[in-house]
Design a protein around this ligand. Structure first.
Ligand SMILES: C[S@@+](CC[C@H](N)C(=O)[O-])C[C@H]1O[C@@H](n2cnc3c(N)ncnc32)[C@H](O)[C@@H]1O
Length: 199
């Protein structure tokens, strides 16, 4: 299953079928303000499908370290934004400084605390003073459905946390962190944590 998800179109089909992709669209609509002209950086953009659901007129740049995902994104959505097969690091933060929004959909749970703190510090540097980091991830929660827990236990990401685990790592770098837990977003039982963080 995990190997199958490395294929961009099959990954997206799985996201659609479970309602996990719909969850991203709902969370962005509910927790993030996007306006034409805003500079948006999407770290761990995967095959790039979210770009179809963002407002016209935003200036979108996607980063991912997976070549197949970025090749697919460039082929399918290269007319709507720019994609880089590149790790988002301090050099990228300098090069792309002045972003209004950084989004990380389903990425924090792929990165361990030490590496994540470095990446979050780079994100803090790339954002404007009033810029926003938007994050969405699977989340452990006491009393959650067994299906949700099983999916999280078997996720490709090895660093699924509970709410306090995400809160801790985000607060280490960002002054303002707001987290919301949602278990009503997907077709398949699942617990999401949505984060909105600012300097
Ligand atoms: C679960 S996928 C999420 C893809 C997409 N954002 C979505 O919503 O479906 C996580 C992605 O993060 C990427 N990733 C993990 N660490 C990264 C890093 N340091 N820089 C860029 N991409 C990274 C992986 O290659 C993978 O494509």
């Amino acid at each position: 299953m995990k190997a199958i998800l490395n294929h961009p179109a099959l990954y997206q089909a799985y996201q659609n079928a479970g309602g996990f992709f719909g969850a991203r669209i709902k969370a962005i609509a509910e927790y993030l303000t996007l306006r034409p002209g805003m500079r948006v950086i999407d770290i761990g953009c995967g095959p790039g499908y979210i770009l179809r659901h963002l407002p016209d007129g935003i200036d979108y740049t996607g980063f991912d370290i997976d070549e197949a995902y970025i090749a697919h994104a460039q082929r399918s959505f290269g007319h709507l934004g720019t994609f880089h097969c590149r790790r988002f690091d301090a050099a990228a933060a300098k090069e792309f400084a002045g972003a209004d929004v950084v989004m990380m959909n389903g990425v924090l749970h792929h990165v361990g605390d030490d590496e994540l703190k470095t990446t979050l510090a780079d994100i803090r540097d790339v954002l404007k003073s009033d810029g926003v980091l938007f994050t969405l991830d699977g989340c452990y929660q006491e009393g959650q459905s067994r299906i949700a827990k099983w999916l999280l236990d078997n996720d490709r990401g090895e660093f699924v946390r509970d709410r306090s685990g995400y809160d801790r790592v985000l607060r280490d770098i960002f002054a303002k962190v707001q987290l919301a837990i949602r278990d009503d977003y997907s077709r398949v039982p699942y617990t999401f944590v949505i984060g909105v963080s600012q300097k």
